[in-house]
Design a protein around this ligand. Structure first.
Ligand code: LLP
Length: 390
């Protein structure tokens, strides 16, 4: 149930702020990804970092997706929440020895390895434990994702992956790592990518690097192309489910894969962004010298994306009458930072103390990035099936 279909009285009774999760939309999104991926024999790992709220994760795990983890704790969480170790990948430029040991102990599907030194450390730790580590080598393909520079990961200047210039050396090190088996190659060029040409350029690079290895006699079984598919933050109701068909079709068409090669994806945002809404209450209305402020009871501590990336989230008044006259507001939070602002000059129906405000498309990188700064309360959440129909 979409946030606007709920009887506002029911929401009014809830203590704010909270994340509202529309489980029906989540399930429809999961079904849509599954259909498009299964049709092509593609493997999808859910990027847990986007949202590890337990019920959200349960729905995704039950659909049979794997898990893409970026810390030892995420690996452990994935195991504890029912993901088979054989479907868990572990990425990250700075895996600690303890985290590597956790993943080795669980015999995960693959480490996505980000540097030559990391290969050597994994080899050593695997040797100590008497196991073989399966790895995919993360290559930095130098593909511009044309997204916010903080969430671009595949350019030469980014810290992720092994640069082209070091591949020769990486291949040589791999040949000497007795406790490592190279499964495949890993790429991830960034997040919130809406231009399918970026993925097409990625495919061209994947083909090149796969051939490079195979020409040198190393068979590449897994082509892991990462995640990054974007969602529509501006019109969450018009296109609530990303176009997974179009996305997977690019890879189907442009990746040159052999019959023995599997294609793996690590999608986060596109699975969960639209099912989450941050619901907050107006604490105060205030006329500044140049603008009107709506001061909410949620701030950057509950949803950090606007403060961190100047990210746009659609802001709406819940239960607004259709003929209300719009006013331009700066919608801000209570935190003592000027960057604690959800939107400037937002046109909204006139609002008063106590009114509810919806901040949309907050299901990905929302709740998980909440912080305790200012000793704020722990974030609450409400699922759609806990609320009656209007
Ligand atoms: N794989 C790797 C190696 C990643 O680093 C990421 C995201 C993903 C997969 C999932 O990407 P997605 O499908 O969700 O785009 N906090 C930022 C996003 C950071 C993304 C980090 N890496 C935000 O709020 O926009």
């Amino acid at each position: 149930m979409n946030i606007h279909q709920i009887d506002s009285q029911q929401l009014n009774n809830k203590q704010t702020p909270f994340y509202y999760y529309d489980l029906q939309l989540l399930n429809e999104t999961i079904a849509s990804v599954k259909r498009a991926a299964d049709r092509r024999g593609f493997h999808v790992h859910y990027a847990l970092k986007a949202n590890f709220n337990k019920r959200i994760v349960k729905h995704i795990q039950s659909a049979g997706f794997g898990a893409d983890c970026v810390s030892g704790n995420e690996v452990q969480f994935a195991i504890d929440n029912g993901f088979p170790a054989s479907q868990i990948t572990f990425a990250g430029a700075g895996k600690s020895d303890a985290e590597i040991r956790t993943a080795l102990q669980h015999k995960i599907f693959a480490f996505n390895v980000e540097s030559i030194q990391e290969l050597e450390v994994i080899n050593e730790l695997a040797g100590e434990s008497g196991v073989t580590a399966h790895v995919s080598l993360r290559i930095n393909p130098n593909v511009d994702a044309h997204t916010h520079h903080y969430i671009t990961t595949g350019l030469d200047e980014n810290k992720f992956g092994v640069p082209n210039s070091e591949l020769e050396q990486a291949a040589a090190v791999l040949r000497n790592c007795a406790h490592i088996q190279l499964l495949g190659l890993h790429f991830h060029v960034g997040s919130q990518i809406t231009d399918m040409n970026v993925f097409k350029s990625l495919c061209v690079k994947v083909n090149e690097w796969k051939n490079w290895f195979e020409e040198r006699g190393t068979q590449i079984k897994v082509l892991n192309v990462g995640g990054g598919l974007g969602v529509d933050y501006h019109q969450p109701d018009e296109q609530p489910i990303a176009d997974f068909e179009a996305y997977f079709e690019v890879f189907d068409k442009f990746l040159e894969r052999e019959s023995y090669q599997e294609v793996h994806f690590e999608l986060g945002r596109a699975l969960v962004a639209q099912c989450g809404t941050l619901v907050s209450r107006v604490l105060y209305t205030k006329s500044g010298v140049k603008t009107n402020f709506l001061v909410l009871d949620a701030g950057m501590t509950e949803l950090m994306r606007p403060a961190l990336y100047q990210a746009y989230h659609k802001i709406e008044k819940i239960g607004a009458l259709p003929d209300s006259t719009p006013i331009n507001y700066d919608v801000v939070g209570p935190i003592c930072e000027s960057s604690d602002c959800f939107g400037k000059n937002v046109s909204l129906p006139s609002a008063q103390r106590g009114d509810l405000i919806a901040i949309r498309t907050a299901g990905a990188y929302g709740e998980v990035m909440a912080s305790g700064y200012n000793l704020r309360n722990e974030i609450r959440y409400v699922y759609s099936d806990e609320i009656g129909h209007s």
